[in-house]
Design a protein around this ligand. Structure first.
Ligand SMILES: [Zn+2]
Length: 202
Protein backbone atom coordinates (compact mmCIF):
# COMPACT_ATOMS: atom_id res chain seq x y z
CA UNK A 1 0.00 0.00 0.00
CA UNK A 2 1.36 3.35 -1.00
CA UNK A 3 1.87 5.84 1.82
CA UNK A 4 2.29 9.60 2.06
CA UNK A 5 5.04 11.05 4.23
CA UNK A 6 5.55 14.58 5.40
CA UNK A 7 8.85 16.11 4.26
CA UNK A 8 11.44 16.27 7.01
CA UNK A 9 12.99 19.59 7.87
CA UNK A 10 16.76 19.44 7.55
CA UNK A 11 17.65 23.13 7.41
CA UNK A 12 16.53 26.14 9.38
CA UNK A 13 14.05 28.30 7.51
CA UNK A 14 15.63 31.56 6.46
CA UNK A 15 12.66 33.39 5.03
CA UNK A 16 12.14 36.78 6.59
CA UNK A 17 8.38 36.21 6.84
CA UNK A 18 8.80 32.93 8.76
CA UNK A 19 6.20 31.42 6.42
CA UNK A 20 6.60 27.65 6.48
CA UNK A 21 5.03 25.47 3.83
CA UNK A 22 4.58 21.70 4.05
CA UNK A 23 6.13 19.18 1.65
CA UNK A 24 5.11 15.56 1.15
CA UNK A 25 6.51 12.46 -0.50
CA UNK A 26 4.52 9.75 -2.20
CA UNK A 27 6.53 6.97 -3.83
CA UNK A 28 9.16 8.55 -6.04
CA UNK A 29 7.35 11.89 -6.14
CA UNK A 30 7.34 14.81 -3.76
CA UNK A 31 4.91 17.70 -3.55
CA UNK A 32 6.43 21.17 -3.22
CA UNK A 33 9.89 22.28 -2.18
CA UNK A 34 9.65 24.40 0.98
CA UNK A 35 12.87 25.76 2.35
CA UNK A 36 14.23 23.58 5.13
CA UNK A 37 12.78 20.39 3.66
CA UNK A 38 14.86 17.77 1.91
CA UNK A 39 13.64 14.43 0.58
CA UNK A 40 15.37 11.05 0.59
CA UNK A 41 16.45 9.61 -2.78
CA UNK A 42 15.83 11.69 -5.86
CA UNK A 43 12.08 12.25 -6.17
CA UNK A 44 10.48 14.26 -8.95
CA UNK A 45 9.12 17.30 -7.12
CA UNK A 46 5.69 18.44 -8.29
CA UNK A 47 5.14 22.13 -7.57
CA UNK A 48 1.64 23.26 -6.64
CA UNK A 49 2.35 26.91 -7.46
CA UNK A 50 5.03 29.57 -7.84
CA UNK A 51 4.94 31.23 -4.41
CA UNK A 52 8.42 31.20 -3.00
CA UNK A 53 7.62 29.47 0.31
CA UNK A 54 6.70 26.42 -1.84
CA UNK A 55 9.62 26.49 -4.28
CA UNK A 56 12.68 28.00 -2.61
CA UNK A 57 13.95 24.61 -1.36
CA UNK A 58 14.90 23.89 -4.97
CA UNK A 59 18.00 25.98 -4.45
CA UNK A 60 19.13 23.69 -1.59
CA UNK A 61 19.15 20.40 -3.50
CA UNK A 62 19.25 19.04 -7.04
CA UNK A 63 16.04 17.03 -7.14
CA UNK A 64 14.34 17.38 -10.54
CA UNK A 65 11.02 19.21 -10.55
CA UNK A 66 7.89 19.59 -12.66
CA UNK A 67 5.34 22.41 -12.68
CA UNK A 68 2.82 24.33 -14.77
CA UNK A 69 4.05 26.45 -17.66
CA UNK A 70 3.21 29.64 -15.76
CA UNK A 71 5.19 28.51 -12.69
CA UNK A 72 8.14 27.55 -14.90
CA UNK A 73 8.18 31.03 -16.43
CA UNK A 74 7.79 32.68 -13.02
CA UNK A 75 10.89 30.82 -11.80
CA UNK A 76 13.12 31.06 -14.85
CA UNK A 77 12.23 34.70 -15.55
CA UNK A 78 12.47 35.62 -11.83
CA UNK A 79 9.02 37.22 -11.73
CA UNK A 80 8.53 38.82 -8.35
CA UNK A 81 4.76 39.37 -8.75
CA UNK A 82 4.30 35.64 -9.32
CA UNK A 83 6.82 34.22 -6.84
CA UNK A 84 6.68 36.84 -4.03
CA UNK A 85 10.29 35.90 -3.22
CA UNK A 86 11.40 39.33 -2.10
CA UNK A 87 8.14 39.86 -0.23
CA UNK A 88 8.46 36.51 1.57
CA UNK A 89 12.20 36.93 2.12
CA UNK A 90 13.37 33.86 0.21
CA UNK A 91 15.77 33.43 -2.68
CA UNK A 92 14.36 32.32 -6.00
CA UNK A 93 15.76 29.02 -7.32
CA UNK A 94 17.29 29.64 -10.73
CA UNK A 95 16.99 26.32 -12.50
CA UNK A 96 14.44 25.16 -15.08
CA UNK A 97 11.97 22.30 -14.56
CA UNK A 98 12.52 18.85 -16.00
CA UNK A 99 8.92 18.68 -17.13
CA UNK A 100 5.93 20.98 -17.75
CA UNK A 101 2.69 19.63 -16.27
CA UNK A 102 -0.66 20.00 -18.03
CA UNK A 103 -4.25 19.80 -16.79
CA UNK A 104 -5.52 16.21 -16.89
CA UNK A 105 -2.07 14.67 -17.24
CA UNK A 106 -1.59 11.35 -15.45
CA UNK A 107 1.74 10.58 -13.80
CA UNK A 108 2.50 6.92 -13.24
CA UNK A 109 3.94 5.87 -9.88
CA UNK A 110 4.78 2.39 -8.63
CA UNK A 111 1.29 1.07 -7.84
CA UNK A 112 -0.47 4.42 -7.95
CA UNK A 113 -1.22 7.33 -10.26
CA UNK A 114 -1.26 11.09 -9.85
CA UNK A 115 -3.66 13.27 -11.83
CA UNK A 116 -2.64 16.86 -12.49
CA UNK A 117 -5.53 19.32 -12.00
CA UNK A 118 -5.23 22.95 -13.04
CA UNK A 119 -6.71 25.10 -10.23
CA UNK A 120 -6.00 28.81 -10.71
CA UNK A 121 -7.50 31.29 -8.26
CA UNK A 122 -5.14 31.69 -5.31
CA UNK A 123 -2.62 32.41 -8.04
CA UNK A 124 -2.15 31.83 -11.74
CA UNK A 125 -0.67 28.48 -12.74
CA UNK A 126 -1.73 26.70 -9.52
CA UNK A 127 -2.08 22.92 -9.66
CA UNK A 128 -3.58 20.28 -7.39
CA UNK A 129 -2.54 16.62 -7.49
CA UNK A 130 -5.06 13.81 -7.03
CA UNK A 131 -4.16 10.22 -6.14
CA UNK A 132 -7.26 8.09 -6.85
CA UNK A 133 -5.84 4.99 -5.15
CA UNK A 134 -5.81 6.94 -1.85
CA UNK A 135 -8.64 9.37 -2.64
CA UNK A 136 -6.04 11.96 -1.64
CA UNK A 137 -5.78 15.53 -2.87
CA UNK A 138 -2.61 17.61 -2.57
CA UNK A 139 -3.72 21.21 -2.78
CA UNK A 140 -0.87 23.63 -2.12
CA UNK A 141 -2.54 26.90 -1.10
CA UNK A 142 -5.72 26.29 -3.10
CA UNK A 143 -7.22 24.70 0.04
CA UNK A 144 -6.35 25.42 3.68
CA UNK A 145 -7.54 23.60 6.78
CA UNK A 146 -10.00 25.03 9.29
CA UNK A 147 -12.43 26.27 6.61
CA UNK A 148 -10.00 29.12 5.88
CA UNK A 149 -10.08 30.57 2.39
CA UNK A 150 -6.77 31.18 0.62
CA UNK A 151 -5.71 34.71 -0.16
CA UNK A 152 -7.23 35.94 -3.41
CA UNK A 153 -5.76 39.44 -3.24
CA UNK A 154 -2.26 38.62 -4.45
CA UNK A 155 -0.91 39.94 -7.80
CA UNK A 156 -1.99 36.90 -9.87
CA UNK A 157 -5.07 35.94 -7.79
CA UNK A 158 -8.51 35.61 -9.40
CA UNK A 159 -11.53 35.00 -7.10
CA UNK A 160 -13.82 33.83 -9.92
CA UNK A 161 -11.16 31.39 -11.10
CA UNK A 162 -10.99 30.01 -7.53
CA UNK A 163 -14.75 29.38 -7.55
CA UNK A 164 -14.37 27.54 -10.86
CA UNK A 165 -11.47 25.54 -9.43
CA UNK A 166 -13.51 24.50 -6.38
CA UNK A 167 -16.36 23.44 -8.69
CA UNK A 168 -13.87 21.30 -10.57
CA UNK A 169 -12.30 19.80 -7.40
CA UNK A 170 -15.68 19.01 -5.86
CA UNK A 171 -16.21 16.39 -8.58
CA UNK A 172 -13.31 14.31 -7.23
CA UNK A 173 -14.02 11.75 -4.54
CA UNK A 174 -11.63 13.00 -1.88
CA UNK A 175 -11.20 11.52 1.58
CA UNK A 176 -8.06 13.31 2.65
CA UNK A 177 -6.61 16.71 1.83
CA UNK A 178 -2.88 17.37 2.09
CA UNK A 179 -2.67 21.18 2.27
CA UNK A 180 0.35 23.32 1.51
CA UNK A 181 0.47 24.55 5.11
CA UNK A 182 -0.34 22.66 8.29
CA UNK A 183 -1.44 19.07 8.64
CA UNK A 184 -3.56 16.74 6.46
CA UNK A 185 -7.24 16.49 7.30
CA UNK A 186 -10.30 14.45 6.49
CA UNK A 187 -12.06 15.96 3.50
CA UNK A 188 -15.52 14.51 2.88
CA UNK A 189 -17.70 17.34 1.57
CA UNK A 190 -15.06 19.92 2.49
CA UNK A 191 -14.65 21.47 -0.97
CA UNK A 192 -18.45 21.78 -1.42
CA UNK A 193 -18.68 23.62 1.93
CA UNK A 194 -15.81 25.83 0.94
CA UNK A 195 -17.55 26.65 -2.31
CA UNK A 196 -20.68 27.81 -0.44
CA UNK A 197 -18.55 29.96 1.86
CA UNK A 198 -16.71 31.47 -1.07
CA UNK A 199 -19.90 32.21 -3.00
CA UNK A 200 -21.22 34.12 0.04
CA UNK A 201 -17.93 35.90 0.52
CA UNK A 202 -17.51 37.21 -3.04
ZN1 LIG B 1 0.64 30.59 -2.10
Amino acid sequence: MIEVFKGISTHPVRGASGTVATGYTIGNFAVDAPEGVNYPGSPLILLTHAHCDHICGLSLHNHPYACSEFTAKAITEVREEATLCTHLGFQIPRRPPQQILKDGQILQGDGFTIEVISTPGHCEGALCFYVPELKALFTGDTVFGGRALPSVSLPTSDPQALINSYEKLSAYETEKIYPGHGIPFSAKGYIRDLLSTLNEFI
